[in-house]
Design a protein around this ligand. Sequence first.
Ligand code: ATP
Ligand code: MG
Length: 338
Amino acid sequence: MSALTLQNIDKVYGKTQVMHDVSLDIEQGEFVVFVGPSGCGKSTLLRMIAGLEDISAGTLFIGDKKMNNIPASKRGIAMVFQSYALYPHMSVADNMGFSLSIAKTPKQEIKQRVAAAAEILQLTPYLNRLPKALSGGQRQRVAIGRAIVREPDVFLFDEPLSNLDAELRVSTRREIANLKASMPDTTMIYVTHDQVEAMTLADKIVVLRDGRVEQVGTPLDLYDRPRNIFVGQFIGSPKMNIFETTDLTVQHWPHHVTGVRPEHLRLTTPKNAIVSGKLEFIEKLGEYSLAYLRTETGREFTVKFERGLTHTLGNQLHFDADHDNLHHFDPKTQLRIN
Ligand SMILES: Nc1ncnc2c1ncn2[C@@H]1O[C@H](COP(=O)(O)OP(=O)(O)OP(=O)(O)O)[C@@H](O)[C@H]1O
Ligand SMILES: [Mg+2]
């Protein structure tokens, strides 16, 4: 039995259908990440699971219980939002324990649960402070702490790090990885725009587009075997190059669209090349460089070089790739062939 099951879920606002036939199985203790372009329905799906939005059609199970008509407060779910609205006049400890005191949990137990959550989140030294005396990252951890003390079966996060600056995102991402390790039985669903967050945190990634599930798999499944061009280009940064037959210098695959990631193209001789292009621009990023090229057919593509690149702009460069690193797609259906 899965911890959470979505069966053929639709969401309709007025006349607009925004989720289409979403089905998904999530196991207990799994960390699942929803990714997809802005407006694809990530938050809507999370809010339907939480009970903050009605489910228009389909069934949501938590364990073996149908949840469609169970109120949010009875679902055993806690949600952490992008904006962490803390009560400004309450200490960190009181903010974290607030939902428990509303529920009339005994004071001693509140104290214990808050202390345990603070320990996990490294907030123990700050328990008596007011939120205004905390950094953004610490405040977001208090918001997570508020959810932890409720001991939910399922934890939902909607872009919890997106208001933090780059450095804090990295450290708070590690806190979330630690949190996951310290609560191995708690199922977590996490929404993000961020590739690195998705790849590093997820046991399983769900790629959404226009309210539909495009692919579900481990981060490496999606990277190695995207089931269509959209997933191929959405997972991985910089994104996968896509070539039509006429862009290539070999014609082995006349009816395919061929995808190659920038890190998989290697310099070679003209004779061995599968694709050639004129060097138009270089970005030096220290550890590696990105070269932007254009084929004679006008197709732009990107190559990642592990070391500094000494070629001159305007040069014609030639590339091949291991056949295992070529992704073939059907131009009509956009689906993977090999
Ligand atoms: N209350 C509403 N009424 C009508 N349409 C809505 C409502 N809420 C969301 N939508 C629409 O539903 C679609 C999905 O929105 P949602 O907020 O779930 O996207 P998202 O994937 O979370 O996007 P983002 O990455 O920008 O947060 C969008 O087209 C949005 O305009
Ligand atoms: Mg959203």
